[in-house]
Design a protein around this ligand. Structure first.
Ligand SMILES: [Zn+2]
Length: 293
């Protein structure tokens, strides 16, 4: 009843509140006078109940008027919680968590250590006590466990691990066949955006008069086919092919060009009955990590 009353009187002013205080005080005085004079009727349930209801109304009215102003938002503690990566492997097969943990630690060799949590069947949380170890893992990828590529990303403050987009992997891509006269920074960037999303160039691989290939860091969407090549259209209407090779490229499909499965398990092969001789992709697109020829 009291709650209903406050909802109806939600916009009550301070004057109303003080008027109610006065009304309650008056009722208490009258009740005390009656009590002193021995009038047992003053203790009757209706009178006590009325005072209790009034106090309840006043208390809720104070809540409506009062409150505290929120302080400035605190900076989140930049402890170990910030240096976390969440990751999944591009495979349908079960990952042996304990073994994977040992393998990744031996490959990454984090100076300040690390530990892993299993969040789901194929979702892992990598904790790094030091940001340099985490950044090295991000910069030097892609990484694999038993030939299965790891897709990982840093968890930004305020995000849950399962909210992080795990569909992109950075690769070093070698661009073969590009004449040096066209190898401007601007055109290299355009080539990177043609293959995926351009990130950076390898400064050790640029600047000379001749290179057998140019090396670009590119973010690739794991749901899209790899780009094999690109036609370079010259101003004199002639053209030539520029080809792409991917460093540390593991399992991918020679039929559809998508990472994470082979043609043996490719739906396109099943649905369209494509023979292996007609596969457009091949092992020639893989190349070991090399900085310069
Ligand atoms: Zn496929």
């Amino acid at each position: 009843m009291a709650l209903f009353y406050v909802h109806q009187q939600g916009e009550r002013s301070f004057c109303d509140v003080y008027a109610m205080r006065f009304e309650i005080s008056l009722m208490i005085c009258l009740w005390l006078v009656c009590f002193d004079s021995g009038t047992m009727a003053a203790r009757s349930p209706p009178a006590l109940s009325l005072i209790e209801d009034k106090w309840a109304d006043l208390s809720l009215a104070d809540e409506e008027c009062g409150g505290l102003t929120a302080p400035d938002a605190q900076v989140v503690d930049e402890g170990t919680s910030q240096w976390e990566l969440v990751g999944r492997f591009l495979t349908n097969r079960a990952i042996k968590f304990e073994h994977m943990q040992l393998v990744m630690a031996s490959v990454w060799r984090p100076v300040m250590g690390m530990h892993l949590d299993l969040l789901d069947k194929n979702l892992f949380l990598f904790h790094f006590p030091h940001p340099k170890d985490m950044q090295r893992v991000l910069d030097d990828g892609p990484w694999s466990y038993e030939n299965n590529l790891l897709v990982c990303a840093q968890i930004k403050p305020g995000m849950r691990p399962d909210e992080v987009d795990l569909n992109n992997i950075p690769f070093w891509v070698q661009v073969h066949g590009l004449p040096a006269v066209y190898a401007s920074q601007d055109f290299i960037t355009k080539i990177g955006d043609h293959v995926g999303a351009f990130m950076s160039i390898d400064p050790n691989n640029f600047g000379g008069s001749w290179r057998s290939y140019y090396r670009i860091r590119i973010m690739l969407d794991v749901n899209l086919s790899l780009k094999r090549r690109m036609k370079l259209l010259r101003r004199d209407v002639t053209s030539q092919w520029i080809t792409f090779r991917y460093e540390r490229l593991n399992i991918f499909c020679f039929c559809c060009g998508i990472l994470g499965h082979t043609e043996k398990f490719c739906k396109k092969v099943y649905e369209e009955g494509i023979e292996s001789e007609a596969f457009p992709f091949g092992a020639w697109m893989k190349v070991g990590p090399r900085r310069q020829v």
